[in-house]
Design a binder for this molecule. Sequence first.
Ligand code: A3P
Length: 303
Amino acid sequence: DGSPLVKYNDFWSPLQFLRRLLYTQRYFEAKDDDVILASVPKSGTTWLKALSFSIVNRTVYTIDQNPLLTCNPHALVPFLEHLQHEGNPGFISTPRIIATHIPFNNVPDSIRESKCRIIYICRNPLDQFISGRHFYQENNHVFRENKVEKDFELCEAFDLFCQGIYPYGPFWDHMLGYWNAHLKNPEKVLFLKYEDLKGDIALYIKKIAEFLGCPFSVEEEKQGLVEEIAKLCSFENLKNLEVNKSGYLSNGVKSSSFFRKGEVRDWGNYLSPAMAQRFQKVMYSKLEGSEVLWITSHSAILS
Ligand code: A3P
């Protein structure tokens, strides 16, 4: 988006977040029952926030009273990086649900050391990249003050992306950090893919509930609660809610900018086959030997 990035502890942090990151690393105390949602920006964070909130609080709110109907998911589930700046907003959810874009090896120690659970969502990085470009353009009014000179042209931005120079990047290290943590302790870290959720959301709603220790009862399933949560949190439903159609979040970002297309492989409308090939090579060179490479094959990048 043109805002300065600084390399800190092996990742590229947006300059304006560095102070918050350092503060968080020093002062944040995770509780054993916290639920941490982790992702690279534009990988499905908003969707995961809506789903986790609805799953965890399903006995507190009926579907037609769910706060998602009147609040943007980002107003319900705060980012770790924002907590101290916004005076620790009251958590509407018990247990607490907190999101973060910070890579695994840089999250506060208490997140790694406590029993809190982490749900990671990743997405085909090319779709995430294209989604990010639209998001930054839509919210130019927020990012403008951090601009170095001007927006990067697509090719230039893509070149930087392939070098890993992107907010919270390199994305391959971001994925690998959480993937390896999942391999080491699958009960602590659940690793999800946006594309899989698009394929069978009911299955993943149940998986998330099981992982969080609150599986759906037979009775709840019979009542169709899984499907109701899927519908409530669907792209079409959230996008068309009045609260998400207009207005701004407290940081000035447009509520509507979190709901653009919600599709898989939209990158094909913007990037050339040559660009995709270059990207594929990068993925192979960085992720060879790790199962995380299936993210590209799964998404059939070159087909
Ligand atoms: P697109 O720009 O490709 O449409 P994040 O939430 O991490 O910022 O990611 C935003 C991306 O997720 C956007 O992708 C957005 O449209 C998509 N998205 C938001 N809510 C969604 C939902 N309920 N279901 C599926 N995709 C969703």
